[in-house]
Design a protein around this ligand. Structure first.
Ligand code: 13P
Length: 250
């Protein structure tokens, strides 16, 4: 069954106090859910946010990254086991900002996907093309190559744990949202590629999120597309009323 989902990616924002307040404000205003709500907070917020989510059906905790190794001498890093130990359910893998500023490539991301799955955490795998690729018209193949290189080694059972987030880089933090038609076209294309690899049933069950300047004003239009199963929300996830409205559009 395909699960609808809205995730807030806070990126590097909010003090601990501001973050726990934001979660409390959102939880107090949440409408009846038509899918899942995920909070992808900074690492240091996770253990404080986890108890706030306890007993709240349909609400989940995510990290924004994790290290690819099990454990060891990797100063400053956080492992998937550590994340699991504080109650993390999902991890963002391969956000374009990790690819761009931290040199994360498809092979490294494949390892992160593997370690995450091995600890019982679901990857939210991010893909998406830069502007020059969109303008060259090769975005379809570009995104397909990202999926193939980092995910297609998975078994069908493993792949069923994956959530895909399509985030065109030109739309992230720019206010230039993809039109709902552009999002639908890409999502349908991604689903068709998944069907070719894992079969129609797996593809039909896969949750594919849109991310990139999604907000309270455009969420309804984006989410009404048949292959857009929710959103990965940056800026608008930092304002309780906006995030709640986006969840309501799911
Ligand atoms: P914005 O919603 O701020 O454009 O960010 C999107 C994003 O990168 C979510 O991961």
């Amino acid at each position: 069954m395909r699960i609808k989902l809205v995730a807030g990616n806070w990126k590097m924002n909010k003090s601990l106090e501001e973050g726990t307040q934001l979660v409390s404000d959102i939880l107090a205003q949440l409408p009846p859910l038509n899918g899942r709500v995920v909070f992808a907070t900074p690492y240091i917020h996770l253990s404080s946010v986890a108890p706030l989510l306890k007993g709240r059906e349909g609400v989940y905790l995510a990290a924004q990254n994790c290290h690819q190794e099990e454990k060891g001498a990797y100063t400053g890093e956080i492992s998937a086991s550590m994340l699991r130990s504080v109650g993390v359910d999902y991890v963002l893998i391969g956000h374009s900002e990790r690819r761009q500023y931290f040199g994360e490539n498809n092979e490294l991301l494949a390892k992160k996907v593997d370690i995450t799955l091995s600890k019982g955490i679901k990857p939210i795998f991010c893909c998406g093309e830069p502007l020059e690729i969109r303008e060259a018209g090769t975005h379809d193949d570009y995104v397909a190559a990202q999926l193939e290189a980092s995910l297609y080694h998975l078994t069908e059972e493993q792949f069923r744990q994956i959530v895909i987030a399509y985030e065109p880089i030109w739309a992230i933090g720019t206010g230039r949202t993809a039109t709902s038609a552009q999002a639908q076209e890409m999502h349908a294309g991604i689903r068709a590629r998944i069907a070719a690899k894992y079969g129609a049933e797996v593809a039909n069950d896969t949750t594919i999120l849109y991310g990139g300047s999604a907000n309270a004003g455009n969420a309804q239009d984006l989410f009404s597309q048949p292959d857009v199963d929710g959103g990965l929300i940056g800026g608008a996830s930092l304002v309780a009323a906006d995030f709640v409205a986006i969840v309501g559009a799911m």
